[in-house]
Design a protein around this ligand. Structure first.
Ligand code: SAM
Length: 410
């Protein structure tokens, strides 16, 4: 069975937890600092729903060396025999390296030029995409169509003394993300800007295990995204609707509520824009004005995925007293929300909530309610391949990070 290699995003633990949540820990193995190997064929993984994977690759082989000279020899020998499988036309070639010692950008570019000569000797025209860093970035891959039928991006990942050689078959679509993020008609920096990629991760952590791949060998069988149609994602703090938008894109029904009528209007405008501007969506959404601390959600909800109330927007760390007050306010709302939810859902109901955590000089300050989850009726889910402490999304310039908490009703 062929394997899949995922090159993970800026915070690899988030990508690992996402893959583990969807496909289970048994088929997943982290490789080095930035990659994950899955004992699943690429066609059994729905790459379009993954927020934490940047490069989605098919494993070609494992080279029994981590020495770049050996790898270069291997390529020079094996590339000619594979050229026949490519269609007519000018090829595009790129190389990306992760974790291999002794490889510089200069050396990588020299190898690429050697390979260009090898390919030309076989009578094929080829353009090499020069490396500015050891790995090609998404813009280079997409704009040079390296994942297209005439493209070859070889991805090398050090795995102990060996090297995994994979071919990139899909790159994270940065242009599509940017459109779904920046071009939405209603945005509000006051409630924060949830990046669509992070929204996808939150949904995938809330969704949990996906059904096993269909027992078929048909190469054309569909991806697993089609299994979402009868499932509804509830976001009780929907704000401008990024999470609902991503849920709809994945094929879920979306149900959003928010305390502020203006936010519900924003979500409504944004989700209509999604359906008319980005693409028609097969599923529908429902929105209501509601206080998450006491509302009884009357409609179907399969699981919760949300970014909760993050407290006052902060650009600098406040005084200790002010921070104490902010944490207390947030804590109160979260506790009431979790108590309210626990009354309404059955054992096994799952939720991924992205909650605020504050970066202080002593490290992250967490809400006290996270230590009372058992008493509130929840089990906090842990991951084999990602430590709980690493499941915090933050940028260096941010005071408030988002801690991803995955819960199951006991
Ligand atoms: C961080 S924002 C969520 C942003 C959202 N992810 C988006 O895509 O824009 C938190 C939201 O929680 C809402 N909120 C605050 N307290 C609430 C409560 N008690 N019940 C429901 N919503 C609440 C706020 O109005 C705000 O829109």
């Amino acid at each position: 069975m062929s394997q899949t290699l995922c090159i993970l995003g800026r915070q690899p633990a988030l990508g690992l937890a996402e893959l583990e949540s969807l496909y289970g820990s048994g088929v997943l193995r982290p490789v080095g600092q930035t990659a994950a190997l899955l004992e699943l064929e690429p066609r059994h993984i729905d790459f379009s729903r993954l927020g934490g994977t940047v490069k989605f690759c098919k494993v070609l082989t494992v080279i029994d060396s981590s020495n770049w000279g050996d790898i270069q020899k291997f390529l020079a020998q094996s590339i000619p025999e594979h050229l026949d499988y490519l269609p007519e036309g000018k090829l595009k070639l790129g190389l990306s390296v992760f974790g291999l010692k002794g490889v510089s950008v200069q050396r990588l570019n020299a190898t690429a030029l050697e390979l260009k000569k090898t390919i030309k000797r076989e009578g094929r025209n080829v353009r090499v995409i020069p490396n500015k860093e050891l790995a090609l970035n998404s813009a280079q891959v997409l704009h040079n169509q390296l994942t297209g039928s005439l493209g070859w991006e070889f991805v090398f990942v050090a795995d102990g003394q060996r090297t995994i050689l994979a071919q990139n078959i899909a790159e994270q679509d940065i242009d599509a993300y940017s459109l779904r993020d920046r071009e939405r008609p209603k945005r509000d920096s006051r409630v924060g800007m949830l990046p669509p990629k992070l929204a996808q991760i939150i949904i995938n952590l809330g969704a949990g295990r996906q059904p096993a791949p269909p027992a078929t060998t048909d190469e054309d069988c569909g991806s697993l995204s089609s299994v979402n149609f009868d499932k509804t994602v509830l976001d009780p703090f929907c704000g401008t609707g990024v999470l609902l938008q991503e849920a709809l894109m994945m094929g879920y029904e979306a149900y959003g509520t928010d305390l502020e009528p203006r936010m519900v209007e924003y979500s409504d405008t944004n989700l209509h824009w999604l359906q008319t501007t980005i693409r028609p969506i097969g599923t529908s959404f429902r929105l209501e004005v509601a206080d998450g601390t006491n509302y009884e959600w009357p409609h179907q909800k399969s699981f919760i995925a949300c970014e909760t109330y993050l407290g006052r927007a902060l650009t600098t760390l406040p005084s200790e007293n002010d921070l104490q007050q902010i944490v207390q306010d947030c804590n109160y709302i979260h506790k009431k929300f979790l108590q309210n939810l626990a009354r309404q859902v059955n054992p096994g109901f799952r939720a991924c909530i992205a909650v605020p955590t504050w970066r202080t000089k002593q490290g992250f300050k967490h809400m006290p309610v996270l230590d009372q989850l058992t008493d509130l009726g929840y089990t906090r889910m842990s991951f084999v391949h990602a430590a709980e402490s690493d499941l915090v999304y933050y940028r260096d310039d941010q005071v408030v990070g988002r801690e991803l908490v995955v819960l199951e009703r006991k």
